[in-house]
Design a protein around this ligand. Sequence first.
Ligand code: SF4
Length: 265
Amino acid sequence: MENPIEIGHLSASSINSYLDCGLQFKFAKIDKREPEAIAEALIFGTTIHKIIELYHHERSIGTRLSVMDVTAAFEKCYTEAFEQQAGKIQFKEGKDFDSTLLEGKSLLATYVTQFPETGLKVIGLEKAFSFQIEGVPIPIVGVMDMVEEDAGGNIVIVDHKTSSRSYSSDDIDKSLQLTIYGMAAKANGYADREIMLRFDCLVKTKKPKFEQYYTVRTEEDELRAMKKIQAVYRGIMQGVFIPNDTSWKCKGCSYQQCCRDWFAN
Ligand code: SF4
């Protein structure tokens, strides 16, 4: 008999992970199995993220890092991250450490040269949040990459992304992550402000691009998100973990052997 299901919280990424492939979610979050491999994209994205955070930390105290500063910081962090995970990292076909290192430097150079001077003030970096929604007894948690404020006191919640393609209007308007961040901002001290949401996206095209996408959420969007989260919570607690074996995620899945075993037994 399987152990009772225990889960302490949900986040935008765990909810999306459940929706993308319930079985992968189960392996990672319920069974807490060690991943069989680590996708290079994860190390890459995490390191880019860390350097962008450093860039904005410096910006918040009035310093502008140069292209050379950020590319040198990236090289150091990326090399260290690889050394720590030696032997477990899985590259996509045609990629290796050197090619991804170059790609990271080129993306960050694009970021530094194209990040616009908007006059917005950084008022928070890596801001953790937690809030409750009706019908879900565990908290919804997460971390906002950056919170900015304009001269009128309006708030902009920013999430940094790296992506292989530009985002579509659906990606922006229907992002559950941004809806959750908007709800979290209201529940965590900004309920009396206008809240805007933004993805800052580095696009990994041959010539890298930096794109910013602004959006807002309505009460109806929040209600839809709440219903969806309630359904996800019910699904988890009832042990519904459906494999999505036609997902784009299968190729880079860190639980491919567990998945084969699950189908075989
Ligand atoms: S291989 Fe595909 S179906 Fe199997 S757990 Fe991973 S993402 Fe899900």
